[in-house]
Design a protein around this ligand. Structure first.
Ligand code: HEM
Length: 521
């Protein structure tokens, strides 16, 4: 190629690039001036520079520092709606009791499942059906919640076995990576309830632990992938299909055994062999007996494309897609290790209550200080900066007259609400027994519990979509923390609570910190 044609080529490339950029700028300006008026225009935006393309700069800033932007927006607009830029859409924030109450009372015009489709990319990361399927909701609401007390012996057994495997109680201090140790323990304990002793299989532990982590990381890149490419991208690079295939290798024999037992015994399935939760679920099926319904449902699932299994089979969809459970325990453990003065009062309460009642659900209900400690930990370290995410499925008008059009994504800045002095005295202070003190007042004994969502405390959401797994989750957290407190002395290797890790509005408890354990003296 001679130098003249090389120059011409680079000139035409530069011209083409400049023309493309110019075209893009003109298109954006034209869109700004000619786009139809939207009710969203009336809602003030926050964190968006006023120059052209400010939306994109704002959305980039939000990815980097979403929590701080929300806190500042909250301080400016508390009680009024404001909006921030997400990668490709607005997110409208609603705060203050009046607007939160509107969300609480709303029907399906504000949809939780559709918001998960956007925020979690649930269709590709979990399986869309999982958030809709009445089967799994019924498993959690009825079969799981009603059987918590019956599950106690196996949960306790699994906690003891898992800790002994991963943190053997020795006389000398041993150091372990906190996240890599606690996450598999919690996953294993939850899975024991759903799938029995398969929960101990190292391959299954790895699979389910990794699955939990993949849900949020894959949701992030899928969120910025153009929507028409998502099905392909998820199929090529996502975790759902390979994880489902790998899990079904383990689950298939269990399901088949359950089906065979059901065919043989029907309702008289021998008690010892009966699954703890799935076999007792109540479903909306017309099948007369629920065990049979479950077994045939599972069989039906096996016949379908693997892509859909994860979303519909409870051991996978219900137990392991809940990263909040291990996260909640990890947060609480870091906080306890950073506030060792709390250990003695918690031990005394445990010794007194469990000494009298044994390791029962009734005993867990009486652990008022433990409940307060865990609730305060969840208040100060919720699973993210926002909660109560909803998608408007039709135009929706709030009680202050604000209208959002169908398709708008909404959320409450929960972290900011949890740190507002309107809601809490000294909100920045970690006060482990603030809720147990409240319960000492006459008439307040049964209030302020961790499982009770309120307008000021939204770690489990609020209203008709408030987490149905919270009764199980809180009992599990109490049992695990109790085991740690009664079995070990522990401390943070570096002496201070390791910082949480934020990306945009999501938070993870520190992933690299080491913690130290020895047998309790
Ligand atoms: C500490 C642990 C957990 C936390 C912090 C948590 C938190 C939440 C939150 C914030 C929501 C959304 C509520 C709303 O927007 O109003 C939710 C929904 C849900 N959670 Fe949990 N969760 C936990 C554990 C669990 C467990 C262990 C299960 C099942 C065994 C579970 C099952 C569900 C289900 C099925 C929904 C969807 C509810 C619906 O569609 O109406 N969660 N959870």
């Amino acid at each position: 190629m001679d130098s003249h044609s090389a120059n011409t080529d680079s000139l035409s490339t530069a011209t083409l690039t400049a023309a493309t950029l110019l075209g893009f700028v003109v298109l954006q300006i034209a869109r700004k001036f000619f786009k139809p008026h939207s009710p969203l225009d009336a809602i003030p935006s926050f964190g968006i520079p006023s120059y052209p393309f400010g939306f994109y700069v704002g959305s980039w800033n939000f990815i980097k520092d979403g929590r701080a932007i929300l806190e500042q927006g909250y301080l400016k607009y508390r009680g009024q709606p404001f909006k921030v830029a997400l990668a490709n859409r607005w997110l409208v924030l609603l705060s203050g009791q009046r607007l939160i109450e509107d969300i609480r009372k709303a029907d399906d015009s504000l949809s939780f499942a559709d918001s998960a489709k956007v925020m979690l990319q649930s269709e590709y990361t979990i399986g869309y059906e999982q958030l809709h399927d009445p089967f799994q909701m019924n498993v959690v609401r009825t079969a799981l919640t009603r059987n918590i007390a019956a599950c106690f012996p196996v949960i306790r057994e699994e906690i003891a076995a898992a800790f002994e495997d991963l943190i053997p109680a020795k006389d000398e201090w041993i150091s372990v990576p906190a996240m890599q140790t606690i996450l598999p323990i919690v996953t294993r304990v939850s899975n024991r309830v759903f799938i029995g002793l398969l929960c101990r299989d190292p391959d299954y532990i790895k699979l389910t632990t990794q699955y939990t982590l993949n849900v949020s990381s894959n949701a992030q890149w899928l969120h910025v992938t153009p929507s028409f490419l998502r099905p392909l991208a998820a199929r090529l690079f996502g975790h759902l299909e390979p994880a489902t295939r790998a899990a079904m290798k383990h689950l298939r024999p269990i399901l088949q055994h359950r089906i065979e037992m059901d065919d043989k015994y029907g309702p008289d399935w021998p008690e010892g062999d009966r699954p703890l939760v799935v076999g007792r679920s109540t479903r909306t099926s017309n099948t007369a007996n629920s065990t049979q319904a479950d077994a045939h449902f599972a069989q039906h699932q096996l016949c379908r494309q693997p892509y859909h299994h994860t979303g519909e089979y409870p051991p996978l969809s219900t137990a392991i897609c809940r990263p909040q459970s291990p996260q909640g325990i990890l947060h609480a453990f870091y906080t306890l290790a950073a506030n060792l003065e709390c250990v003695q009062p918690l031990r005394e309460e445990l010794e007194s209550v469990v000494g009298a009642e044994g390791w029962t659900k009734e005993a867990m209900d009486q652990l008022v200080k433990m409940d307060s400690f865990l609730k305060e930990s969840a208040r100060t370290a919720p699973s993210g900066a926002i909660g109560l995410t909803r998608l408007a499925t039709r135009d929706f008008t709030f009680s202050d007259g604000t209208t959002v059009p169908a398709g708008t994504l909404l959320a409450v800045p929960v972290f900011a609400e949890h740190h507002d002095e309107v809601n809490y005295t000294n909100p920045e202070v970690f006060d482990p027994f603030r809720f147990s003190r409240m319960r000492e007042q006459d008439g307040e004994e049964n209030k302020h519990q961790m499982v009770t969502p309120t307008l000021e405390y939204m770690s489990f959401g609020l209203g008709r979509h408030a987490c149905p797994g919270r009764f199980f989750a809180v009992n599990e957290q109490k049992l695990i923390l109790s085991h740690i407190i009664m079995t070990y002395d522990f401390k943070l290797r570096d002496g201070v609570r390791p910082p949480d890790e934020w990306i945009a509005v999501l938070v993870k408890a520190n992933t690299t910190a080491e913690v130290m354990f020895r047998k309790r003296r």
